[in-house]
Design a protein around this ligand. Structure first.
Ligand SMILES: [Zn+2]
Ligand SMILES: [Zn+2]
Length: 328
């Protein structure tokens, strides 16, 4: 606490000088006398964390966020604790170069504004966020930050390069094409909403387009609300680099969830569940199959759908497996 006492003593001296300057008529003298006070505030803020714990502004930001994970932290707090003016740049570095999952309020707000309200997604997202942060999601401000998990993504620097390459790629003309390209570079690896927002150059449509990859285009992009309850809220994973056959797409999310829940999130043929996934097992996904083929008039309704693992699903479509005899 020696540092802070010294910083406080200096600050008192600077405030006295500022008081003296107030008695004169010269505006500029007052401003100039206030500058050391502003710097003094930074010294006091940065001395709140000992040098052994954190020696740079960036380290202090990280130390503070890690002391309060999954908590909404105001930008002003980071300004105080970092003791530096360009703390937003340090937050960005921690996020993209060092792989800390630091979400900004902007991302949460865009997630909420773009959530599908037809499938109960918005409702689940709202309650997940409330559980996580302890506040009504409507009160999240754009100048707040949250450390989502107290764990560093070691791959971050490499992913950052890939992300920037795709972001600048002129052959990818839509936000959705960029999102898909990035997911396909990272199958099986959780991706943050922050990365997707950056990829979309801050256009809020990233959340909606990402959902469409699953609901309209048949890519297994899963979230905490959609099939991967182990993921942190606001993150995504492309379970496998594989697009569902055209006839199995466009099943409405509420129906999809109803079928998965009815079948206990298990393949109706072999009983495989996602928690059994292992590196040398070709079963990776749960998919929905139409008992009565969609193209022959089979409906996208729960009664006509069964949960299958990707292997048994392929077998059925290849005509090597008689589903009616196998279902249980
Ligand atoms: Zn199976
Ligand atoms: Zn099928």
């Amino acid at each position: 606490m020696k540092d802070i006492e010294a910083a406080l003593a200096r600050q008192k001296g600077q405030l006295d000088k500022f008081s003296n300057a107030l008695s004169g008529p010269d505006l500029r003298k007052k401003v100039l006398a206030l500058i050391p006070v502003v710097h003094g505030i930074r010294d006091i803020g940065s001395s709140l964390i000992s040098r052994e714990d954190a020696s740079s502004g960036r380290d202090r930001v990280l130390f503070y966020l890690r002391a309060y994970p999954r908590t909404l932290i105001a930008g002003d707090e980071l300004a105080v604790i970092s003791g530096i003016q360009d703390w937003p740049r340090r937050v960005r570095e921690l996020r993209v170069e060092f792989g800390w999952w630091i979400y900004s309020g902007v991302t949460f707000r865009q997630l909420l504004s773009e959530a599908g309200d037809d499938s109960g997604e918005l409702e689940r997202l709202t309650s997940d966020l409330k559980d996580l942060l302890g506040v009504e999601p409507g009160r999240i401000r754009t100048d707040q930050y949250v450390l989502m998990r107290d764990e560093q993504d070691r791959d971050a620097a490499h992913r950052w390069n890939v992300l920037n390459g795709i972001r600048r790629d002129k052959s990818l003309t839509s936000v959705k094409a960029k999102l898909l390209a990035y997911f396909r570079k990272n199958p099986g690896h959780p991706i943050t909403g922050e990365e997707l927002r950056y990829l979309a150059k801050d256009k809020s449509e990233w959340a909606r387009r990402t959902r469409e990859l699953r609901t309209e285009d048949g890519w297994p992009v899963l979230t905490r609300q959609q099939g991967r309850p182990d993921l942190p809220v606001g993150s995504y994973v492309l379970e496998e680099d594989r697009q569902a056959p055209a006839h199995d797409r466009k099943i409405a999310d509420p129906v999809r969830i109803e079928v998965l829940e009815r079948d206990g999130f298990a393949c109706r043929v072999c009983g495989w569940t996602r928690d059994k996934a292992s590196r040398d097992d070709p079963r990776r996904l749960l998919e929905l199959h139409h008992v009565h083929e969609h193209r022959d008039g089979g409906k996208n309704e729960a009664d006509n759908l069964v949960t299958l693992c990707n292997v048994d699903h392929d077998e059925v479509h290849a005509g090597r497996l008689d589903l009616a005899a196998k279902l249980h």
